[in-house]
Design a protein around this ligand. Structure first.
Ligand SMILES: Cc1cc2nc3c(=O)[nH]c(=O)nc-3n(C[C@H](O)[C@H](O)[C@H](O)COP(=O)(O)OP(=O)(O)OC[C@H]3O[C@@H](n4cnc5c(N)ncnc54)[C@H](O)[C@@H]3O)c2cc1C
Length: 472
């Protein structure tokens, strides 16, 4: 029986959406892969409001789907089709509560966009280093709930490592104030770490204390052509040894991906004359000066050129060139999408096995599915690849699309079996959501699944928090 929304409506006047039109933006995911239904969408303004919604849901046993910026790529912010869930949007939890410069921390509410956190930090001459292409839309609550990665994990870590404390509303509407700005706190289980990466299945994150860092004095990017992934990995190791903490990103792009960016993004300028099977984008953030940054990266590139690890390289000499080089990397995913449907894999491999993995995956896919285009790119410095596949260039009619869709399950199995053989993960930074939920059950050890289920039932005994996500 549908519970009476009356009491909730009277206390959330104007912030409880119930009409199909109003709710529609909250019921489909970013990629338009999943669409669901809901009894209502609540948009609380404060943590106390969130607690009131959660108490109502708990009393009436209504499932809750937390919803941030809706940029997640695993379908975890979309309700199922039953229409029994309430979507809880954090969009109005928008306050920057505090910047503590001496402690190098910022305390923000869950609905603040990642871009606004970065801006607030910069206004205080500090860096909040989490950075990803969706930063204008994604929220800090969503970043923490998915333990987002992005482009500077190599230097600063992922969202988990950037968070010191949380405020969370539990499934029964109680508020846990864990907003501690401590870099050392061994006073019991790390509850914070339970909620980070839980994809909204354990509680609602309403605020967080985040770490800040000094702003770099200068940033320089290098775009280098490498003959093989093995050469890229060796170059990474050299950069780590010679550049230390100033190496802030090390990204890989295959020729296939770069060609798609050139095709679909107007004004794209390739910084190197000749084609190469692989490229790396290296970012250096220097505490001293641009000259210092350039000298350091140039020395590594010169030595690597002499040793034939790279065949060519270009350095950015202005902010616009720096941004242009980054655009080559960041536009790969969207450009591939412009070619039609995509089979995506967000995988992590120990860096020591990465080159061999790419070689074997390339060979196995080319043998079994020679028609597929392999578009490989990602955060090489973190061992995180986006190993994506596209149908042949000339396809595009409905029949071909169906054939391509039928390949998704067997191709996923091929790639993910290989990932697991290499000691890797089938979800590096996008979470399990519904996309990888069932596959994860297959790959995880039963003891790991048992521990996860025990945690879930302890924190959410009625399975009201984002049910069907992460675990079935
Ligand atoms: C163009 C593009 C580029 C991207 N690049 C990257 C990348 O480089 N690295 C990366 O890691 N990700 C990337 N992503 C994925 C996405 O941006 C991240 O997963 C982001 O962290 C999601 O934040 P969100 O606010 O949009 O969350 P949503 O999509 O709204 O929700 C994601 C999950 O978090 C839960 N959730 C949201 N808010 C809360 C809360 N306050 N409390 C509890 N649970 C909550 C939801 O229920 C859902 O399970 C990219 C996405 C796009 C579209």
């Amino acid at each position: 029986m549908t519970p009476d929304l009356g009491k909730l409506e009277s206390s959330f006047s104007g912030r409880l959406l119930t009409s199909a039109d109003d709710m529609q933006p909250f019921l489909t995911d970013w990629r338009r892969k999943w669409t669901g239904a809901a009894i209502a969408v609540a948009q609380p303004d404060t943590t106390d409001d969130v607690a009131a919604v959660m108490r109502w849901c708990h009393t009436h046993r209504v499932p809750v789907v937390p919803h941030g910026g809706n940029t997640g790529l695993s379908g975890a912010a979309t309700p199922d089709a039953s229409g029994e869930s309430l979507v809880l949007s954090t969009a109005r939890l928008k306050n920057i509560r505090k910047v503590d410069k001496a402690n190098d921390t910022i305390t923000v509410e869950a609905g603040v966009t990642l871009l606004d956190v970065q801006k607030a930090a910069r206004a205080e001459e500090r860096l909040f280093p989490l950075s990803l292409a969706a930063e204008g839309s994604c929220t800090i609550g969503g970043n923490l709930a998915t333990n987002a990665g992005g482009v500077q994990v190599l230097r600063y870590g992922n969202a988990r490592e950037l968070c010191l404390g949380l405020e969370v509303v539990t499934c029964d509407g109680r508020i846990w104030d864990g907003l501690r700005g401590l870099r050392k706190d061994n006073s019991g289980y790390s509850l914070r770490d339970l909620f980070i990466g839980a994809e909204g299945t354990l509680g609602i994150i309403t605020a967080a204390v985040l770490k800040l860092f000094p702003l770099p004095a200068a940033q320089v990017a290098a775009f280098a052509a490498v003959p093989t992934p093995a050469a890229a990995v060796e170059l990474l190791q050299r950069c780590q040894a010679k550049l230390g903490a100033s190496l802030t990103a090390f990204e890989l792009v295959g020729q296939e991906g770069l060609a798609l960016v050139e095709k679909h993004v107007s004004a794209t300028r390739r910084p190197l004359d000749d084609e190469s099977p692989w490229y790396v984008l290296i970012e250096v953030s220097d505490a001293e000066s641009e000259e210092h940054a350039r000298a350091a990266i140039e020395a590594v590139l010169m030595a690597s050129f002499e040793d034939e690890l790279i065949s060519d390289a270009a350095l950015s000499s202005s902010i616009s060139q720096f941004n242009e080089m980054w655009a080559l990397r960041e536009n790969v995913s969207e450009s591939q999408g412009a070619e039609g449907p995509t089979i995506k894999h967000d995988i992590a491999i120990p860096i020591s096995g990465l080159a061999k993995f790419i070689e074997q995956a390339h060979r196995d896919i080319a043998t079994r599915y020679p028609e597929l285009r392999q578009v490989v790119f990602g955060h090489l410095g973190d061992g995180n690849l986006h190993y994506n596949l596209s149908p042949p260039a000339q396809s595009g009619n409905g029949g071909d699309k169906q054939d391509f869709a039928a390949l998704e399950a067997p191709v996923n199995k091929l790639v993910h079996d290989l990932v697991v053989n290499y000691g890797g993960s089938i979800s590096a930074e996008h979470g399990l959501g519904v996309l990888r939920r069932d596959e994860a059950q297959r790959y995880k050890a039963s003891v790991e699944l048992d521990i996860m289920r025990a945690i879930k039932s302890a924190l959410d005994p009625f399975n009201l928090m984002n049910p069907g996500k992460v675990m079935s």
